[in-house]
Design a protein around this ligand. Structure first.
Ligand code: AQP
Length: 333
């Protein structure tokens, strides 16, 4: 345990986890758990940076936790917790806000994308400072590595900048983390607009598959998936819809994209889409059975997140104490 490198990662309960979250990140988390000292978190504080119904947030938070465990995260092996249960995240975030710059935060693509969808007078400041909270999440645990999808690389860069800035100002305090983007961590794209990523908060339900979608829903969404008029199953950038479906198929079956294209030579999109649907259904079936079981056993989930928060708290407080001392706050005891 002592010598293992530390990993931190989290997902927002801003909806139910999608196939994108699973293939782009969660599957990889499972592979890493025995080799690293992993802190995996449900980042509920991030989820309120855009308007969110409280009852949906409560439901999604437990669902995400159940999704993690059902996908193979072992609560005995990793520290599994809910972000708002460890107040050090909010506390460090405030300090780091004072070491982050307006200009650098304004350049974040996620902020630009999400704020575009809101009226200018109703963009929450929390959406703007989201990357600072993410920096606090990671730096609290002195993480060496942060496994994320390609879409989160920019936020990792700003975390590194903030950590280095703080270290330069006050002496070595934070480990400067590296992104850990798996080579095969292809970005899974929306089924309705294959030029933008599959997102759980997409307003169009047909754009994503959630881990809890039943077989008929998956078949229906695949049938409606946007492709093109070429009619040939080929892996190239001019056919982003087909390319995305090949990527999904490939990541689940471990077949190469060339093998898949060869398999469908001379066959149309209908057969291909049906098969992709069946591959997804097969992959999700055992996970769905576990999710079902876990959501009926909320006491078990509670034990896990209470224990996880205790473990996380101990590590987080150590870093926070150091930070408070460095910036000049007077210790209470
Ligand atoms: N489409 C995707 N393909 C590959 N990886 C993805 N991730 C998200 N979408 C894809 C990875 O999943 C992790 C969880 O990220 P998050 O919940 O913190 O926020 P996100 O990246 O903003 O995910 P969503 O689903 O798009 O959420 P909303 O809609 O709320 O913004 C990250 O590691 C991410 O890289």
């Amino acid at each position: 345990m002592e010598n293992k490198k530390v990993i931190f990662s989290g997902m927002q309960p801003s909806g139910s986890l999608t196939l994108g979250n699973y293939l782009g990140a969660l599957k990889n988390w499972v592979k890493l758990q025995s080799e690293y000292d992993c802190y995996y978190c449900v980042v509920d504080m991030h989820a309120i940076t855009v308007p969110k119904e409280p009852k949906d947030l409560r439901k999604n938070t437990l669902e995400v936790l159940a999704n993690y465990i059902a996908a193979g995260i072992d609560p005995e092996q990793v520290t599994l917790f809910i972000q708002s249960h460890v107040s050090a995240h909010a506390e460090l975030s405030w300090v780091l806000n004072c070491f982050s710059y307006f200009g650098e935060l304004g350049r974040m693509t996620q902020f630009k994308d999400k704020s575009k969808k809101l009226d200018n007078n109703s963009i929450p400041a929390g959406l703007f400072t989201y990357p600072v909270l993410m920096a606090a999440d990671i730096l609290l645990y002195q993480a060496d590595l942060v496994p994320v999808g390609e879409d989160q690389r920019q936020h990792l860069e700003i975390t590194r900048d903030i950590a280095q800035r703080f270290n330069n100002r006050f002496s070595e305090t934070f480990k400067v983390p590296d992104p850990f983007i798996s080579k095969d961590g292809a970005k899974i794209m929306s089924l309705q607009d294959p030029t933008s990523k599959m997102s759980k908060s997409d307003s169009n339900e047909n754009a994503y598959i959630i881990l809890m979608d039943d077989a008929d829903t998956i078949r229906r969404k695949l049938k409606r998936a946007v492709t093109d008029s070429e009619g040939v199953v080929r892996y190239n950038d001019n056919q982003p819809g087909v390319k995305n479906l090949i990527n999904i198929y490939s990541k689940i079956t471990d077949k190469t994209t060339d093998e898949i294209a060869a398999l469908y030579e001379g066959k149309g999109y209908a057969q291909f889409k049906d098969d992709v649907a069946e591959v997804i259904i097969g992959e999700l079936k055992p996970i769905q059975e576990k999710i079902d079981y876990l959501l009926k056993n909320k006491d078990y989930l509670e034990k896990i997140y209470v224990h996880g928060a205790e473990k996380a708290e101990a590590a987080a407080r150590k870093t926070l104490r150091k930070v408070y001392k460095k910036v000049g706050f007077i210790p209470r005891y």
